[in-house]
Design a protein around this ligand. Structure first.
Ligand code: NAP
Length: 313
């Protein structure tokens, strides 16, 4: 029997996503050993924590891989230092504040011979594979993304989200774009964007995108809203030329075909992501696809800026 020792991993940024998802997913995977974490202030229970990555790595030179769970604005500098120190890197989404940062990291990981995972957690939602299969079997007429959530409920205290590089409502919206780019079977091009930006913020709170698939010419509409109260919506609809209809709901956990629920499974994105990261490290591979980030970048390039009311948390 071949036995391999668990990959020793450290966490950088001990905020909401590290605590809610990374720590439990790492602990549940025998292929990993969670050694320590670092964050300027956060000190979650049961984690040996340091103020910064340099301090953590000095105390734990045995760490082989780092998961970067900080806000996007500081991710590139930290990930570059992590790769330079010879560690494999798991990047939370988005993989950088700009495409340039993300592409430079991919090149640097290749130069250092280390694994880089630019993670897109929504691609690991249970109904994404079946959605991709249905789309591959149909000629599409149109697609429509409706991604509407309450920023006050899901992102309390996260001032970085409306700062430059924080992406505003694209922070959740890019999850929908990560599913779109995984299932469409074609590149997706932005044609028009309306960016509603609160007068006291630097990133949009509401976005409407008109896109089209590059070869098939299928129109794809996306409506993102960060001020949705009560019912929260994370849905993607596809309509086929033969009249067939697909609806992916709740971020990818529920799939309806022609109005009937055909799949409904609990969310298990981060266990899937960590299994994927383990396979990449073991196989000496990298997975760094920036197609969702490119759509966001293009929306910022093409988008019409519309002043929205002041946002106060
Ligand atoms: P968050 O709650 O604000 O946590 C970010 C953490 O990063 C904070 O604890 C902060 O430190 C820490 N940090 C900031 N600068 C740092 C640095 N230079 N070195 C080390 N740590 C640093 O944000 P979050 O919701 O966890 O989101 C983080 C990333 O995960 C974002 O890119 C987001 O898009 C992604 N994500 C979030 C969710 C979600 O549901 N929240 C889901 C999927 C992905 P201190 O608190 O210690 O000052």
């Amino acid at each position: 029997m071949v036995t391999t020792s668990p990959i020793k991993i450290g966490l950088v940024g001990l905020g909401k996503i590290a605590v809610d998802q990374h720590i439990p997913a790492i602990r549940a995977n025998p292929g990993f050993e969670l050694v320590a974490g670092c964050s300027p202030h956060a000190r979650p229970d049961g984690i040996t924590a340091y103020n910064d990555m340099a301090g953590m790595l000095a105390a734990h030179p045995e760490i082989e891989a780092l998961a970067i769970c900080t806000p996007p604005q500081v991710r590139h500098r930290i990930a570059k230092e992590a790769l330079a120190s010879g560690r494999h890197v798991f990047l939370e989404k988005p993989p950088g504040a700009t495409l340039g940062e993300a592409e430079a990291l991919r090149a640097f990981a290749a130069e250092k011979g280390k694994t880089l995972l630019a993670s897109w957690h929504s691609r690991f939602a249970p109904a994404v594979g079946a959605t991709r299969d249905w789309i591959a079997q149909h000629e599409l007429k149109s697609m429509h993304i409706v991604w509407k959530e309450n920023v006050r409920q899901w992102h309390p205290g996260q001032a970085w989200i409306f700062a430059p590089g924080g992406m505003g409502v694209f922070d959740p919206g890019i999850n929908a774009l990560s599913i779109l780019t995984a299932v469409a079977g074609d590149a997706v091009i932005v044609k028009q964007a309306d960016l509603h930006i609160p007068v006291n913020c630097d990133a949009p709170i509401e976005v409407h995108l008109d896109m089209v698939t590059a070869h098939g010419g299928v129109p794809v509409r996306a409506d993102f809203d960060f001020l949705q109260e009560n019912l929260q919506t994370w849905s993607i609809y596809a309509e086929a030329l033969d009249g067939g209809k697909l609806a992916l709901h709740m971020g990818g956990t529920t799939l309806e075909i022609d109005g009937k629920t055909v799949l409904q499974e609990p969310e298990r994105e981060y266990p899937g992501l960590y299994a994927h990261f383990h396979a990449l490290v073991s196989g000496g591979k990298t997975d760094a696809d920036f197609a969702p980030l490119r759509i966001v970048a293009d929306a910022f390039m093409l988008g019409k800026r519309i002043a929205a009311p002041e946002y106060v948390e």
